[in-house]
Ligand binder design. Structure first.
Ligand code: NI
Length: 132
């Protein structure tokens, strides 16, 4: 195990909405992703989902009991989407995020709208070898 520089890890891929697993903590993955444009409405029935904005800005639309709202996360912000809450991330500019969630969590959740071609439905990919 060696330290991983997130900026170098982000430089090692260019796919959007296609998270890379940088490390694990107990049974949770730490994943990073490049993002721009819209993700897809989806819900994680059994787990909260933690977001940290590393670069750019992330908006997350939420469908809550009393209606829909959007939270705006500038660079350096954190937010946790509670389990069972439908959400749709959106990045107005090229951005990078860190996500912390249980290993095996699918990026498009347990239920989702039709997944567009630009969104990768994945439980996360390994970083390319040698990135530190
Ligand atoms: Ni999610």
């Amino acid at each position: 195990m060696e330290p991983i520089a997130l900026d170098r890890a982000l430089d090692s891929f260019s796919d959007l909405w296609s998270p890379r697993i940088v490390t694990a903590v107990n049974d949770y993955d730490v994943r990073i992703a490049r993002v721009e444009g819209e993700h897809v409405w989806h819900v994680h029935t059994d787990t909260d989902e933690f977001f940290l904005v590393i670069e750019g800005e992330l908006h997350i639309a939420l469908r809550e009991a009393d209606g829909e709202r959007t939270v705006v996360l500038p660079r350096g912000s954190v937010f946790t989407v509670p389990r069972g809450t439908e959400h749709k991330p959106y990045a107005p500019v090229p951005s990078a995020i860190l996500v912390f969630e249980p290993t095996g969590t699918l990026s498009v959740g347990d239920r989702h709208d039709e997944v567009p071609d630009h969104v990768d439905a994945t439980t996360g990919h390994a970083l390319a070898g040698g990135v530190q």
